[in-house]
Design a protein around this ligand. Structure first.
Ligand SMILES: [Zn+2]
Length: 150
């Protein structure tokens, strides 16, 4: 069955990958540094994840939080596993992935663009979108890679 998340590793927005996870920068940068953490295995629910995948996920989150704090001075992180879209189709074909949204108590200026987290201290706004040009996206990825280390 067709699954876009199984092909995410082929996209040019990959920031890093580990044995079990791929991290890709989201098209939507309304929260600067927003990214997807996608299981490499086509697995449909969190309860099906293996212990090694959970351990690896913990390391990925740790590295991303440190990198985003250094790169953009992020204040905190909202990390959600929702997968609602997968259930709009019949039959559903979910693939475990997490949305990581850095949150900011302050304005961030990056490459001349201003990012402001108006909802800081509250739930992120799922309606808010900010598509950025490919070159800015590349710059965000490059900055994150700088601080991710190896
Ligand atoms: Zn898949």
């Amino acid at each position: 069955m067709e699954c876009v998340l199984c092909r995410i590793g082929n996209e040019n927005a990959v920031i890093t990958e580990t044995k079990h996870w791929i991290v890709s920068l989201s098209h939507d940068q309304s929260y600067l540094g927003r990214c997807l953490i996608v299981a490499k295995r086509h697995v449909g629910s969190l309860s099906e994840l293996k212990k090694c995948e959970w351990e690896d996920f913990g390391e990925v989150v740790k590295r991303l939080e440190l990198a985003l704090t250094k790169a953009f001075n992020a204040t905190l992180f909202n990390i959600n596993c929702m997968m609602n879209d997968a259930y709009l189709k019949h039959p559903p074909n979910p693939h475990v992935h997490w949305h990581l949204r850095p949150r900011y108590s302050h304005t961030v200026v990056f490459e001349g663009r201003t990012f402001f987290d108006k909802e800081f201290g509250h739930r992120f706004n799922p309606e808010k979108t900010r598509k950025v040009r490919d070159n800015l996206r590349d710059d965000i990825i490059a900055r994150m890679i700088t601080y991710l280390g190896t």
